[in-house]
Write a protein that binds this ligand. Sequence first.
Ligand code: ADP
Ligand code: ASP
Ligand code: MG
Length: 404
Amino acid sequence: MSLIVQKFGGSSVKDTEHLMNVARIVTDTYKKGNDVVVVVSAQGDTTDDLIAKYKEIDSNPSERERDMLLAAGEQISISLLAMAIQSLGYPAVSLLGWQAGFSTTSSHTRARIKKVDTTRLKNEIARKNIVVVAGFQGMDKYDDLTTLGRGGSDTSAVAIAAAMGADLCQIFTDVEGVFTADPRKVPNAHKLDEISYGEMLELASLGAQVLNNRSVELAKKYNIELEVLSSLTNKPGTIVKEKTKMEKFLISGIAKDDDIVRISVTNIPDEPGLAFKLFSVLSAKGINVDIILQSIGRDKSKDISFTINKDNAETAMALLEKNFVSRYDDVKISMNDNVAKISIVGSGMESHAGVATDMFEALFDANINIHMISTSEIKISVLIRKEYADKAISVLHDKFFPAE
Ligand code: ADP
Ligand code: ASP
Ligand code: MG
């Protein structure tokens, strides 16, 4: 007998028909003699709809109240799924994040899991219940509800698998696994049988929404093998694990992130310490900076451009204006949101020269101009204009995954 954690995303539980389908998958697993913990997200677009509702009142309401509102989405899906399982004649109990033992930090809307106290989960399993847990949420030390950030249910599932020592953690979604590019955008993308934690972490962090990046971080840390698979077709998915067998392709995937903006600060005095001053304004407020480009100093001045997440754009501009730009005579700041970051990821590039050249050649052939470049051992990212993003993905896919 095994303990299996199964997570179902919003599209897998979007209506009654889909909920009943999930109830059948879960009970089939249970019938085989396994203990089952199910983690679910809010139904369909519920979380987006709740966000739209609060925005009608205030575009930037208190983060505590946002969490209170958003956590409601998962409460609906867990109770309905428990009813669906019971309607098939099996015992089930639904638990909110705090009931399932999730303690988190107090950073509302982006809380981190501190601990999962598994006492209640274990008791319910001992009673032979199928346990249905609300993903994406927990409780802080003040007994306030918290949420883990968008896409956080994946992280809830992996955290339970780690805390319970599960034998298998399956992430069911609306595609058949992890593909070489978003299969909804690139029709000839193909499914990977397996991918390493490192590559998956890069892809997830660089915009491939299929797994939340923190869930991959956690899976790597606790060495939990994940299977990403479809809730609609009964086919093996993609295994995410430490080491994978040699792939025949140099890269494993291509990702796009267009939820970013580029900020340019120009005419900065060319003296030591200015980059430090500029970026410490942002890091003091927990704003992460991504690709950074600094020009060579000329006429005693230099320019620095960098990208950040769109959600932080307004705050960052205001902070920099107040605490940096206004302190120097000629410094100017501007923001451009017509940008997208396109990345290729693969551990194969570590040992092969020329991957970057191939990437730049494909973009050049398509007449796509590159604004910024950033690299790590297993990824290369470029910043381009947003309207060329889909074209870029398509030409890069043809270059690195030519039709056989
Ligand atoms: P869920 O609601 O199940 O959490 P998400 O919408 O968060 O599902 O993630 C699944 C989506 O991720 C897919 O529908 C697909 O469009 C997108 N996606 C982006 N990149 C990839 C990729 N490389 N492989 C698979 N899916 C991807
Ligand atoms: N419902 C949350 C969201 O839409 C969590 C998740 O789907 O994982 O972001
Ligand atoms: Mg998701």
